[in-house]
Write a protein of this length. Sequence first.
Length: 469
Amino acid sequence: MRRAAPPWALVTAAILAVALLFALPWLAATVVRGAIERDGAHERAVFATGGSPWSWRMRHPRDLVAGRAFGGGQLTTADDSLQVRATDGTPFEVGLPIKRQADLRVLTSLRLDASASAPGVYGVSVRRSLDDPIVHASLGHRPAGALVGPMRLDTLAWTDEAGHHVDAPTRAAMFRLKASLPTGESLTLRSASLLPATDWSPGPPSALPDGMSAEGLLGWRDDRLAVDPMASFGRAAPPLPAPSWQPWAAPVLYLLALVILPRVRRMREDGTVHAGPVEALLVVAGPLWFIAGLGLSLRPAPAGIAMFALGVLYALFLALRRQLPPWHWFGAWRRAGWPLLALPVAIAIVAVAGHAPVWPPASRVLVYIGWAFFQQWLMLAVVAALLERALSRPFAVLLTALAFALLHTPNGLLMQLCFVAELAWAWWFLHRRAVFPVALAHAASALLLQACLAGGILRSLEVGARFIG
């Protein structure tokens, strides 16, 4: 029978929990501020070298919108490029992913690195915003071989869907390349860029306001970009280029730690010992490095994925070696309702600060449910249970909740909600050792917050770099 925690431990853990609850938004804002400043410094450095942040390298289908060609073309990969083969002689289009609106009053030139196997007719299609009508412009007939450029977009004749003349678009939230080639012929795409005129230079960067939350900073940035898509923020200097091996240094060191540290601990304790806090910290180190370090983006780096995978594989290794304390999916049903109290709390928050529900698609619902069950298994059956082997229960609960909150960096409000919820869930789990009720409460609460708070007081349920984009 485990001894009850001494009163001083409960009081100390409660004081630390309150302090952490207020520190998490500050941490989120600090991370977001740094990311915005780094992005601004990177964009200024790209312009200084004659390039543009609105540039695309085409190596993989994911480098294009929807990962395919629209119309009469079939997309395939080629040597360090993408190739679109005309299937029936009708025009085809490929979309260039635009992270934010491009100002076509400044980005007046289109530069292509492409070639065609036969003569063809080319054009571009643009939407000023995703809700605006599409407009088109012809780039004319081009011979086989390389497509020379750059091509001036502001001098083209633009028309609407009905063929009527319209003014040149001043912005682009959607940009597609259009081609018409004989059946069986192909267009090879290597890169594309929207470039400013040679006499243009970016204006001075805007200083970020002080004292704003992560959500406030992102809202302020988005408002400025809606007025001026070329705006830049922060005065940070661009980082020096990192050597090619540097991103892989962290996964290599992490793998060595996973192999060596548990062995060293067992040697110092003269024999076989159960996994404990060291192993718990090793498990969460990789996922935290990946998410809290903003590695989770639309295109995660392989090194970041490796860090996340190593932590998960180590947790599975401990489970297969039976190094985890006993746990089960289901507990006594009369006790299982306690974690689900999170749901009426979420309903109360939605009633006060929510909007009309916008339910995610079924595929997203399944992702939420699976992700919730995985997180709670990792946090409770692995991390919390291992921490409790050497720490008093209040500190095991506190550290588990903190790790769970940090896995949602830099989404400040979501970090706070997760911290409070996991304090209760981890405490209940360490008494009952059942994962399913907590995972169910997590999934149901997340779906409700996504449907009724996202886009309002809760910017989104995204984490890592996806939250900032």
